[in-house]
Design a protein around this ligand. Structure first.
Ligand SMILES: Cc1cc2nc3c(=O)[nH]c(=O)nc-3n(C[C@H](O)[C@H](O)[C@H](O)COP(=O)(O)OP(=O)(O)OC[C@H]3O[C@@H](n4cnc5c(N)ncnc54)[C@H](O)[C@@H]3O)c2cc1C
Length: 190
């Protein structure tokens, strides 16, 4: 089976309004293909990590106290099949925070009020995500439609599945459709 990326996530409460950030922000390098080809099957953390930053307080001020921002950082990393140890969690977090601060010209490091970091091991432990894979089964050609695990068990007639790794697939809107489809299927079978 093919699995999706593992997330390395950093949640910051930051003092001050950060002009250099919008609601959605991408911080990438100039070797996208080489980076993408390597990163998901590597046994080490990314060098010069690429990452996404979301600041929902830019659109909804209630997301952070007055004069502050809530900063969510998502860095795609190898899952636990390829990189088992996350002892370098602090080092990767520091790299990303330093890099982000330099790129936007804001001293994030010295204005952090709260910080929570989740590495793939914690994603696996906290939410039972297989090997820390963030979006579960991938959507390659061999894993879509009829090739994807069905929402009804092949052996037990009264056992149904809902969620990202069954049909139609992964991501919140699709998972909601999955729940509708399985409900319809149960009602039809009943
Ligand atoms: C960092 C990150 C960012 C994402 N961003 C987006 C996005 O922007 N847009 C988007 O569409 N999707 C996004 N996704 C994907 C989306 O969150 C998932 O596809 C979706 O949540 C999957 O829903 P689910 O119900 O299958 O599983 P989950 O949401 O993982 O729910 C499964 C639940 O079951 C519980 N559980 C697990 N094992 C057990 C057990 N043995 N006993 C009892 N309870 C158990 C878990 O605690 C969890 O609450 C993101 C995922 C991650 C990790």
């Amino acid at each position: 089976m093919e699995w999706t990326l593992a997330p390395f996530t950093v949640y910051l409460g930051v003092k001050g309004k950060i002009d250099g950030l919008s609601h959605h922000n991408y911080f990438l390098g100039d070797n996208f293909k080489e980076y993408a080809d390597k990163i998901f099957k590597s046994s080490v953390s990314p060098e010069k990590a690429y990452y996404y930053v979301n600041v929902s307080s830019k659109s909804d001020p209630d997301c952070a106290p007055e004069g502050c921002e809530n900063v969510f950082i998502l860095c795609p990393v190898p899952d636990l099949r390829f990189k088992k140890s996350w002892e370098d969690t602090e080092a990767l977090t520091e790299y990303i925070i330093d890099d982000l601060g330099k790129r936007i010209g804001y001293d994030i490091k010295n204005n952090i009020m709260t910080k929570v970091v989740l590495n793939p091991t914690q994603w696996e432990q906290n939410l039972n995500l297989y090997k820390g894979s963030g979006l579960d089964l991938a959507h390659g050609l061999k894993q879509v439609g009829a090739f994807r695990p069905a929402n009804k068990d092949e052996e037990f007639k009264n056992l149904y599945y809902v969620g990202a790794s069954t049909t139609p697939g992964t991501g919140l809107p699709i998972v909601v459709i999955s729940s509708r489809l399985v409900t319809e299927r149960i009602l039809k079978d009943a």
